[in-house]
Design a protein around this ligand. Structure first.
Ligand code: T5A
Length: 225
């Protein structure tokens, strides 16, 4: 089932998502892109999944923290879509209607990659839930950050070590999966990108932050102009 583009809405704008495995550098690049677009005069909203609203951040804590619970893949999927429904309704669509650029750290491709390719949940069932929950609403443009999982995990391990004070609140439930899980994620993301080449841009995330930022800025500005 094809994604319904944000640009199909009556007041079109741009909905951009960043996707990829753990520690690929998405957050770093979202901040750089938002700064560059803001500097060029665009109104930009940055947000993340799971999260972006009070309700969705509550669900995020259940899913990503070490003591959040032992959810089955289907239960995870339903929680993620519950959070996403609130996020789309209260944050993403209103910003797009106002003509803003929305940049989101992860969206439905993460559910396809993590719960589907990673945990083996039937991809068709995920699409059925996507239709029921969101009428297949999705991004205009997606950057898929591709990196060797060992390199990504080493990066995110360093970030977590620097940030964490309370071990039970550490957002490392998915980082703690074995390396085969992360390899499945990587292949899943590449397949998603292959299936939707017009929407998805695969980025070699092993390069320097500056190189990647320049590549992304060029692609986004090409779409906005
Ligand atoms: N999840 C989420 C699901 O299972 N299903 C879903 O549907 C959704 C929406 C969310 C978790 O939830 C799961 C997936 C996740 O496990 P998250 O916070 O989004 O959690 O998790 P991550 O994406 O893993 O967050 P990270 O912060 O670890 O990764 P980022 O954002 O990709 O990386 P970033 O920018 O924070 O960088 C990590 C470190 O690397 C450095 C940075 O300075 C930082 O220290 N770095 C670089 N170093 C060298 N070269 C570069 N080019 C670098 N870029 C960044």
């Amino acid at each position: 089932m094809a994604t319904k583009r944000a640009a199909d809405m009556s007041a079109p704008s741009l909905f951009i998502t960043f996707e990829g495995g753990e520690g690929a550098g998405k957050t770093t690049q979202i901040n750089l892109l938002a700064k560059r677009l803001g500097g060029a005069g665009y109104k930009v909203v940055t947000t993340r999944e799971p999260g972006g609203t009070k309700e969705a951040e509550t669900i995020r804590n259940l899913l990503v923290q070490r003591e959040g619970g032992d959810w089955s893949p289907m239960a995870e999927c339903l929680l993620l879509f519950a959070a996403r429904v609130m996020h789309v309704k209260n944050v993403i669509k209103p910003a797009l209607v106002e003509g803003q650029v929305v940049i989101c750290d992860r969206f439905t491709d993460s559910t396809r990659a993590y719960q589907g390719y990673g945990h083996g949940l039937d991809l068709q069932k995920i699409e059925e839930i996507n239709i029921a929950a969101l009428d297949s609403f999705g991004p205009d443009m997606t950057f898929v950050f591709d990196i060797d999982p060992e390199q990504g995990l080493a990066r995110s391990g360093r970030r977590l070590a620097a940030e964490t004070l309370d071990i039970n609140q550490t957002e490392d439930r998915f980082e703690n999966m074995d390396i085969e899980f992360h390899e499945k994620l990587r292949q899943g993301y590449l397949e998603i990108a292959k299936n939707e080449p017009e929407r998805c841009h695969v980025i070699d995330a092993s390069g320097s932050a500056e190189e990647i930022a320049a590549e992304i800025e060029k692609i986004v500005k090409g779409k906005l102009l």
